[in-house]
Design a protein around this ligand. Structure first.
Ligand SMILES: Nc1ncnc2c1ncn2[C@@H]1O[C@H](COP(=O)(O)OP(=O)(O)OP(=O)(O)O)[C@@H](O)[C@H]1O
Ligand SMILES: [Mg+2]
Length: 341
């Protein structure tokens, strides 16, 4: 402010003494730059009084009509240039806000269209899978005792059943449906899911189930989908080692679950990988629907969003911890079912 006052006083002193147009131009420039520096219009107007006092102190006869006229010309140059600059700044700000609003609306519409598209694809696939599932079942029933094809057909049937489960999960997510969870021995259910997905993935993974029997409220089909999504993400992140761990922990309501802390009991599933990990920016958006870092056509970005939506539906929590180059830990916590001791 002091600098501004000195510059304005100098400009006004010069114009009062010489009536040179250049001094007014300096004052106009001063008004514009004050706005750029976020000085308020009130403060800018206040400069005039300070400058008039300074001139009076220097013995300039500020009551003479010609001096009054020249000082008024300075005030008007200052205020008009500041007001024009202020208006331009507001217009630019409004333009910027409008562009932001337009972009958000375009993103929203894009997501909505994508949601409808995913819904219709899932619906079509669901229809196509029904005969695969039904006819395999009939073929299995019609087979003579224990032929060599039986094991293969059973894999086809199991995959079709699982695929229907996955697709119904997507349909449920798109339509926001929920199916009531049931009591499941969590460790055993995770082991079943792992056995199921093992043949689908070429890469091996390790399982450490420390608690097989404690029950939670969940659904086997969706749990298998969760494990598959998390392990697939790990494999796609170039992990050489993937470990699935299940244990029981105690933790506070806030979910700061640490082994041995608090009273609430949780079953914890962790999928630990040594893949390329995520930057903080990717980790912050990883759970957002349609967020993917994969090439177009290679990932829907729905994997983790679906996992989170299922887990929240079971009153659980999902956390992802990751460091670039250090791997990722996806942690799922489900409350131990009431009445389980
Ligand atoms: N274990 C992981 N390691 C490194 N990055 C991960 C991991 N899991 C998820 N990500 C990052 O989060 C993004 C979102 O994951 P998400 O599973 O939701 O979608 P996607 O894997 O890209 O697509 P889709 O699941 O349909 O194949 C991924 O594109 C990836 O960048
Ligand atoms: Mg994924």
């Amino acid at each position: 402010m002091q600098g501004l006052l000195e510059r304005y006083t100098a400009g006004m002193a010069s114009y009062v003494a010489t009536a040179a147009e250049a001094s007014l131009l300096d004052i106009e420039e001063l008004g514009r730059s004050a706005i750029t520096d976020d000085v308020s219009l009130d403060e800018i107007a206040g400069l005039h009084e300070g400058a008039a006092l300074a001139l009076s102190d220097r013995g300039v006869p500020i009551n003479e009509p010609e001096v009054i006229r020249r000082m008024s010309a300075c005030l008007s140059a200052l205020m008009v240039s500041a007001a024009v600059a202020y208006r331009t700044k507001i217009d630019l700000l409004e333009q910027h806000r409008q562009q932001e609003r337009d972009r958000t609306e375009r993103d929203r519409q894009r997501l909505e269209t994508l949601g409808q598209f995913v819904g219709s694809v899932a619906h079509e696939l669901n229809n196509l899978l029904q005969p695969v599932r039904g006819m395999t079942e009939i073929m299995l029933a019609d087979l003579p005792k224990k032929p060599p094809e039986q094991a293969d057909l059973e894999v086809v049937e199991a995959c079709a059943i699982q695929a229907v489960g996955v697709i119904q999960g997507i349909l449920g997510y798109v339509r926001r449906e929920t199916i009531a969870p049931q009591r499941l021995a969590f460790g055993t259910a995770v082991a079943t899911a792992c056995n199921f997905i093992r043949p689908m993935l070429r890469e091996p993974f390790e399982t450490v189930i420390r608690d097989r029997d404690t029950e939670v409220l969940a659904l086997q089909g969706e749990l298998t989908q969760i494990v598959l999504n998390l392990v697939q993400n790990a494999v796609q992140a170039g992990a050489r080692q993937v470990r699935i761990e299940v244990d029981q922990i105690r933790g506070g309501e806030a979910g700061e679950a640490r082994a041995g802390a608090g009273s609430r009991r949780w079953m914890r599933l962790r999928v630990i990988d040594d893949g390329h990990g995520m930057s903080a920016a990717v980790a912050a958006r990883a759970l957002d629907p349609y967020f993917t870092t994969k090439a177009t056509g290679q990932g829907t970005g729905l994997g983790l969003a679906i996992v989170r939506s299922i887990v929240l539906g079971w009153s659980g929590k999902l956390r992802i911890r990751s460091k670039p180059g250090r791997g990722t830990i996806a942690t799922l916590l489900l409350p131990v079912a009431a009445g389980w001791s």
